[in-house]
Design a protein around this ligand. Structure first.
Ligand code: ADP
Length: 446
């Protein structure tokens, strides 16, 4: 069933049930009230009869009762034993009308020959001194008529209410579904034509539908941005791979042409091909690393000092350079993935060694519930205007130098991806001619 039909059906049925309940209550209350007032009237009349009998003891009570017979009703007197005395208008035969001797007051509505009657029975002292029951009966003619009229009025009122409700339900459904329909058609169009079309925001109140449209547009923006970034990445990656491939190709052609009689050239070409193959391998590995590290892979409690020590060991032997490690006595733990965090420190220390010639300092310190790992070098530094772009994929400040040192421009992008996935941040502080410090800030696991 369509949402529009659902909304309309729900509002109509809900309101119909509500109207029925309200009308039934009105009908029932009106009936109760009317019956009560008729019974009260009869009770008053009983009291009047009793006092009139007391005041006029010279008139035979049977005759006195005649004066009090209600129009469309009767008065009956039940002795404890024997036949009752009936006084009524001759129009209706009350012979079989229910009633009996009772020594307490009874007020009720009785159905007799298809009509409703209000009856009040009360014990009184008769002229003979015995206790009898006086019953007054009155046909509820007006009540029947009034209840019928009320029913018609309520049915008419229900129709008058339900019609606008159906129309309002329809309008509401239209109002709600219009933006949803627009959203569906825009999404379909986008899917079909590979477009990034957005929805035109209406200047209506900032309701949930407006929020939905706004969020949709934001989602389109973010999808487009991601898509563009992917495109740039693919184009950059192809560009990066193109250089080593053409170098390999040209050396292969050189070998083919002049390699046979030139052993020096063979050696040089093979070295170059080997080095470019290594470069391509590194590039591919780093591209995979970039994709792989968008999420933390298996969270554990990681001892950062231990991870830093292990990272340093790899470098100390390989570079033969001085790396100073300042560690705190007490171990600092963070929640994360050991191998991924190790890769970040590896990238930062590797860069510090690549882009400087003297000592590299690595330190770790705890500040409140944060831990800051700093990697400082005393190299050439990074120009201020380049710092904001450092973490972009394939971005290199000095392309030639980076290429010579085997750099791909992906290291810092990988480091940032890993640290972000760990809920941390990475900062750079650099001064030309003085050096550079990279700071990794993570939440401590206490
Ligand atoms: P690469 O593989 O080229 O080193 P990175 O993403 O690790 O790629 O670094 C991006 C660029 O940032 C580098 O090419 C280099 O120009 C610059 N850079 C990174 N670390 C340092 C540093 N410690 N000192 C100076 N420049 C640096």
């Amino acid at each position: 069933m369509k949402l529009r039909t659902n909304i309309q059906l729900f509002t109509s049925i809900f309101m119909l049930v509500l109207i029925l309940i309200v009308n039934a209550s009105i009908y029932f209350l009106f009936y109760q009230n009317s019956v009560e007032s008729e019974l009260d009237e009869l009770t008053d009349q009983t009291t009047t009869i009793i006092s009139s009998m007391k005041e006029n003891q010279e008139i035979p009570p049977g005759d006195l009762l005649k004066a009090f017979i209600p129009a469309d009703g009767m008065i009956r007197v039940y002795p404890e034993t024997g036949k009752p005395l009936v006084r009524s208008k001759p129009l209706i035969d009350y012979e079989k009308f229910p009633g009996e001797y009772s020594n307490q007051e009874i007020r009720e509505v009785v159905v007799y020959e298809g009509n409703r009657y209000a009856t009040v029975s009360r014990p009184i002292i008769w002229s003979t001194g015995e206790i009898v029951t006086l019953q007054i009966v009155k046909k509820l003619i007006n009540l029947k008529e009034n209840m019928k009229n009320l029913l018609y009025v309520l049915i008419l009122a229900s129709f008058l209410i339900i019609v606008p409700i159906i129309i309002a339900g329809n309008l509401l459904a239209r109002f709600l579904l219009q933006p949803i329909k627009a959203l569906i058609s825009t999404m379909r169009e986008n899917m079909k034509n590979m477009k990034w079309k957005k929805i035109e925001l209406n200047n209506r109140s900032k309701d949930e539908l407006y929020e939905m449209e706004k969020t949709f547009n934001e989602m389109i923006d973010s999808l487009k941005e991601n898509y563009d970034m992917q495109e740039i990445f693919v184009s950059d990656a192809s560009h990066e791979l193109k250089t080593p491939i053409s170098i390999v190709k040209s050396y292969a052609q050189l070998l083919e042409r002049r390699g046979k009689d030139n052993p020096e050239l063979v050696k040089e070409s093979l070295e170059a091909i080997h080095s470019e193959a290594n470069r391509m391998q590194k590039l591919v590995e780093q591209m995979l690393a970039l994709a792989k590290n968008k999420e933390v892979q298996g969270v554990e409690s990681v001892n950062l000092q231990q991870v830093l020590e292990e990272t340093m060991e790899t470098f100390i032997g390989a570079y033969g350079r001085e790396i100073k490690l300042e560690l705190d006595e007490t171990p600092i733990f963070v929640q994360g993935n050991r191998d991924q965090l190790k890769q970040v420190f590896y990238i930062l220390v590797d860069n510090a060694l690549k882009y400087s010639d003297s000592t590299v300092n690595v330190s770790i310190e705890k500040q409140d519930n944060q831990v800051i790992i700093s990697v400082t070098d005393y190299g050439a530094g990074i120009p201020k205007e380049e710092i904001s772009r450092l973490f972009e994929r394939f971005y290199r400040v000095d392309k030639a130098r980076s290429r010579n040192t085997g750099g791909t421009g992906l290291g810092l992008a990988i480091a940032k991806t890993i640290i972000n996935s760990h809920g941390g941040t990475i900062e750079v502080d650099s001064e030309i001619g003085v050096g550079t410090t990279f700071k990794v800030i993570l939440q401590v696991n206490e």
